[in-house]
Design a binder for this molecule. Structure first.
Ligand code: FES
Ligand code: FES
Length: 155
């Protein structure tokens, strides 16, 4: 079917097989490879993007389901040359090691902070439980969430 999705503010339209997953549409059709595929089975969260502002695992959504909707990927977070506050916080708090989970973690964080602008560490952990970090760097990831929310990071 012909699918048209507004990705990071730009319309991406193409004929794709009906069963095409959103994550493949983003990577292969839109050419945005910042969204990673870790498991393909809704387990790891590496593929998290925003669909109409809500975080979704894009390996669980068909491109057809996003037809006519807006998707934001990690490439769409920053505007201009500056980093998005969540990107800045992940950098400053060393919230990444190999970086594989990071795009998904950041997109899930954007979604979390929209719903809960001042989360506690426990709330941040609970909100990110669908996102796995194979490097197990959770402590600094949670610190990055707290920093991005404008709260003091306890040392
Ligand atoms: S690749 Fe989508 S949840 Fe793991
Ligand atoms: S930083 Fe390596 S998977 Fe999270």
């Amino acid at each position: 079917m012909r699918v048209s999705i507004e990705v990071n503010g730009k319309t991406v339209e193409q004929e794709v097989p009906d069963r095409t997953l959103l994550v493949h549409y983003l990577r292969d059709t839109a050419g945005l490879t910042g969204t990673n595929i870790g498991c393909d089975t809704t387990s790891c969260g590496a593929c998290t993007v925003l669909l109409d502002g809500e975080s979704v695992k894009s390996c669980t959504v068909l491109a057809a389901q996003a037809d006519g909707h807006e998707v934001t990927t990690v490439e769409g977070l920053a505007s201009g040359d500056g980093l998005h506050p969540v990107q800045r916080a992940f950098r400053e708090q060393h919230g990444l090691q190999c970086g594989f989970c990071t795009p998904g973690m950041m997109m899930a964080t954007v979604s979390l902070l929209k719903e809960n602008p001042k989360p506690t560490r426990d709330e941040a952990r609970a909100a990110l439980e669908g996102n796995l970090c194979r490097c197990t760097g959770y402590h600094n990831i949670v610190s990055a969430v707290i920093d991005a929310s404008g709260q003091e990071v306890a040392r």
